[in-house]
Design a protein around this ligand. Structure first.
Ligand SMILES: Nc1ncnc2c1ncn2[C@@H]1O[C@H](COP(=O)(O)OP(=O)(O)OP(=O)(O)O)[C@@H](O)[C@H]1O
Ligand SMILES: [Mg+2]
Length: 275
């Protein structure tokens, strides 16, 4: 019999997750631990279940079996009030942005603040301005989301994800589809948040170059399990053909990683979002 994975002291931990949609079993025992303050990137082909992992952590979807510990408490089966407490501590950048097109940029960023806290209008305006500034888009509160470019939408979504100063930030494909300038800008904001606020982050991406730049560790989700977890060096030195295939872009269902302009890890520390 398979031994039961034990809960560790990790801040966030996925334990023995199983999930099927109809006939399709997407998780066959997913185990992954994320330490406080680290940035861990989950890599994996399209449809492997990366987004579902983030949604499960927020209690937006439920596993068929397994546990998900957030700061020592299992979110699976939590009641509504308890899950709200978790969500209050977590910011999420949804794949595709998920901005509300019918309200202004400022109101989008203000949304989670209004949802979770009781601040005065003056405080809310100040926080919104500060977050927009942080993502390099100062003063666009009154703009309609319909008028934003793809890169701006991602950055406004990021401002919204960090509006409540969350302890944990979940990024679902933060740079996919962006041009190199916007990719670098977003990557720098992510790095900056780690350095300044010591947040714990889980990033989901296809973009190996970004993943190496922003991550402390990387995990590969493959055929329903975490196939590999390790640092950038460990990933690069892995002799697992699946890991090598993934980072070299050989897998059929993965976007080809952009290797040529890879940023070395040493440059991480003092980078700031100034571009
Ligand atoms: N609500 C749902 N109902 C049915 N199937 C779903 C649902 N949500 C996700 N799936 C399926 O689960 C699988 C994993 O989906 P998920 O969105 O997590 O993939 P992903 O790894 O994020 O892919 P991508 O890189 O393309 O975003 C897919 O096959 C998807 O079709
Ligand atoms: Mg996804």
């Amino acid at each position: 019999m398979k031994p039961e994975p034990k809960q560790t002291s990790a801040f966030i931990q996925f334990v023995g997750l199983e999930k099927s949609f109809g006939e399709k079993k997407i998780y066959k025992g997913v185990d992954l631990a994320i330490e406080k303050g680290e940035t861990l990137t989950v890599l994996g082909g399209s449809g492997t279940g990366k987004t579902v992992m983030l949604k499960m952590l927020l209690g937006l979807m439920h596993p068929d079996a397994g546990q998900i510990f957030f700061d020592g408490k299992d979110v699976v089966g939590m009641d509504k009030e308890a899950i709200l407490q978790v969500r209050r501590r977590v910011g999420m950048l949804f794949q595709g942005g998920a901005l509300f097109d019918s309200i202004s940029v400022g109101e989008n960023v203000a949304y989670p603040i209004r949802e979770h806290f009781r601040h005065t209008e003056e405080e809310i305006s100040r926080i919104v301005a500060e977050k927009l500034e942080l993502v390099g888009l100062p003063g666009i509160e009154e703009m309609s989301c319909n008028d934003l470019s793809g890169g701006m939408k991602k950055r406004v979504s990021l401002a919204r994800a960090i509006a409540t100063n969350p302890e944990v930030i979940l990024y679902d494909e933060p740079t996919t589809g962006l041009d190199p300038t916007n990719t670098r800008r977003i990557d720098n904001v992510i790095r900056d948040l780690q350095a300044k606020l010591a947040v714990t982050s889980i990033v989901v991406t296809h973009d190996i170059q970004s993943a190496f730049f922003i991550s402390d560790r990387l995990a590969l989700l493959y055929e329903g399990k975490i196939k590999f977890v390790g640092t950038e060096n460990e990933v690069k030195n892995s002799d697992d053909p699946v890991v090598q295939g993934f980072i070299k872009g050989d897998m059929e269902d993965v976007e080809t990683p952009k290797f040529s302009a890879r940023v070395p890890r040493q440059t991480k520390v003092s980078k700031h979002a100034t571009t």
